[in-house]
Design a protein around this ligand. Structure first.
Ligand SMILES: NC(=O)c1ccc[n+]([C@@H]2O[C@H](COP(=O)([O-])OP(=O)(O)OC[C@H]3O[C@@H](n4cnc5c(N)ncnc54)[C@H](O)[C@@H]3O)[C@@H](O)[C@H]2O)c1
Ligand SMILES: O=C(O)C(=O)C[C@@H](O)[C@H](O)[C@H](O)COP(=O)(O)O
Ligand SMILES: [Zn+2]
Length: 370
C-alpha cells in the first residue's frame, strides 16, 4: 500500500487514530510499509539524540530500516537478549547506560522496536532518564500492536511479580507497521489474539460477535480481518486511556483476566506461558468465578471458551498449578487496596466490572480446577 507525494517520495497509506490526552496526545499510525516511511514518524522526534532499543530476534529483521530513517541524527542502538525474563531492572539499567554513553539530553528520544517486553522496558527507561524523555513505540508483535504500545503503562518485572516496578509514561507516537507481523511465529500471533478477545469481552459485545464470525479468518491471518481487529482494538484502548489515563476507574477493566494471568506467569516462570496465553486462561477463570458468584450466565463463559479455543488459545490452568501459591501471588496485584483483592469480573459478554471483596474461599474452587 503506497502512494507518491508531490516530491515523488513514497508515502505509505496509514490509518491514523489518536490518543487524546491534552498536551500528551499522540498519533497511532496503522498500515503497511510504515517502517520505511520515516517521514511520518520522524516528525515526532524533537531533539538530536535517539536510542533504538530492540532485541536479538527483532533487530536483524527491522533495525536497519529504522536506523535508515534516523539519518542525520545522533543515533545509537542497543540490542538486548530476547525473552520476558529480560524485562528486568538489570536490563533497564543497560538502557540507561546506553543513554549515558550517547550523552543523551532531555530532548532525546528512545525508540522501542519489538514486542511488549521491549516496549515496556524501553518506555520505562525513557520515563527514568533525566526524569523523563520522549519515546516512540514501534511494536512488531500483534500483542504489542493491539495493546502494550498504546496507553503509556511502562515497567519491568521483579522475581516477586509481574510489572511491579513502572511508570505511566505516554509515547509520542505509535507506528504499527502490519508488515512486521509476517515474521511473527504462530504461537506469538495467537497470544496477541487473546488481548483482542479481551476488548470484546469487557465492553463491546458487538465486537465479540464480530470475532466469533471472523475467528477462522483471524486464525488464518487474513489481512482484512487482521487490520480490522488491530484498528478496533487500538480504538477501544485509546478511548479508555483518554478517559482514565492512570487507572483510577474504568481503565482497570483492561485488566480482565490479568489478576489470574499475572499470577500464572509469575508462578510458571517468566516466559513459560506467554502473556496472552496466561490472559486467555485468566479470562476464563474470571468468567467462571463470576458465574459461580451468580453474577453472570454460564452460556457467556461457554462462548468465551469456544472463541478462545477457535483461536487455538489455552482455556484451563496447566497441570501442576498450585492453587494456594496462585492465590498468594494474586495478593501482589496492583489493583488491590489495603490488602484486599479487587478483581475484574463480568456480568457477561461486553460487561466487565470491578469487584472488591471477593473471599478467598470463593476463589479457591476455580483455582483448583486444574
Ligand atoms: N504496557 C502494556 O499496556 C502491556 C499490555 C499488554 C502486555 N504487556 C506486556 O507485554 C509483554 C508481552 O509482549 P509480547 O507478547 O509482544 O512479547 P515479546 O515482546 O516477548 O515478543 C514475543 C516474541 O516475538 C518476537 N518478535 C517480536 N516481533 C517479532 C517479529 N515481527 N517477527 C518475529 N519475531 C518477533 C520477540 O523477540 C519475542 O521472542 C509482557 O511483558 C506483558 O506484560 C504490556
Ligand atoms: O493498559 C492497561 O491498563 C492494561 O491493563 C493492559 C494489559 O493488557 C497489560 O497487560 C498491562 O501491562 C497490565 O497492567 P498491570 O497494571 O496489571 O501491570
Ligand atoms: Zn495484558
Amino acid at each position: 500500500m503506497a502512494a507518491r507525494t508531490g516530491a515523488g517520495r513514497r508515502m505509505s497509506l496509514a490509518r491514523q487514530l489518536d490518543v487524546v490526552l491534552g498536551p500528551r496526545s499522540y498519533p497511532i499510525w496503522i498500515g503497511q510499509g510504515l517502517l520505511a516511511d520515516s517521514g511520518r514518524w520522524r516528525s515526532v522526534i524533537r531533539g538530536r539524540h535517539v536510542l533504538v532499543v530492540s532485541n536479538e530476534t527483532v533487530a536483524p529483521l527491522y533495525l536497519d530500516a529504522v536506523l535508515r530513517g534516523l539519518d542525520g541524527l545522533h543515533s545509537a542502538s542497543l540490542v538486548l537478549p530476547d525473552g520476558e525474563q529480560h524485562k528486568s531492572l538489570a536490563r533497564c539499567a543497560e538502557v540507561l547506560d546506553a543513554l549515558a554513553a550517547l550523552k543523551a539530553n532531555r530532548d532525546a528520544c528512545v525508540i522501542a522496536l519489538g514486542g511488549g517486553v521491549i516496549g515496556d522496558l524501553a518506555g520505562f527507561a525513557a520515563a527514568c532518564w533525566m526524569r523523563g524523555v520522549d519515546f516512540l513505540q514501534i511494536p512488531t508483535t500483534l500483542l504489542a500492536q493491539v495493546d502494550s504500545s498504546v496507553g503509556g503503562k511502562t515497567g519491568v518485572n521483579l522475581p516477586a511479580g509481574k510489572n511491579l516496578v513502572g511508570a505511566f509514561h505516554q509515547p509520542r507516537g505509535v507506528v504499527i507497521d502490519t508488515d512486521t507481523l509476517a515474521t511473527l511465529p504462530p504461537r506469538e500471533y495467537r497470544s496477541g489474539l487473546a488481548e483482542v478477545v479481551k476488548y470484546g469481552a469487557i465492553g463491546d459485545a458487538e465486537f465479540f460477535a464480530w470475532l466469533q464470525r471472523n475467528a477462522a479468518a483471524l486464525a488464518a491471518r487474513e489481512p482484512a480481518a487482521l487490520g480490522e481487529a488491530i484498528a478496533r482494538s487500538c480504538l477501544h484502548k485509546a478511548g479508555v486511556v483518554a478517559r482514565d489515563e492512570r487507572e483510577e476507574g474504568e481503565r482497570a477493566l483492561l485488566n480482565f483476566g490479568h489478576t489470574f494471568g499475572h499470577a500464572l506467569e509469575t508462578f510458571s516462570g517468566y516466559g513459560q506461558l506467554l502473556h496472552g496465553e496466561a490472559v486467555a486462561i485468566g479470562m476464563v477463570l474470571a468468567a467462571q468465578l463470576s458465574q459461580q458468584l451468580g453474577r453472570a450466565p454460564s452460556r457467556d463463559t461457554q462462548a468465551l471458551i469456544a472463541l478462545l479455543q477457535a483461536l487455538d488459545l489455552p482455556t484451563a490452568l496447566p497441570a501442576g498449578s498450585d492453587a494456594e501459591e496462585l492465590l498468594r501471588l494474586m495478593y501482589l496485584d496492583k489493583k488491590n487496596l489495603s490488602g484486599h483483592l479487587r478483581l475484574i469480573l463480568w456480568r457477561g459478554i461486553g460487561a466487565a466490572e470491578i469487584v472488591p471483596g471477593v473471599a478467598d474461599a470463593a476463589i479457591r474452587p476455580v483455582l483448583r480446577a486444574a
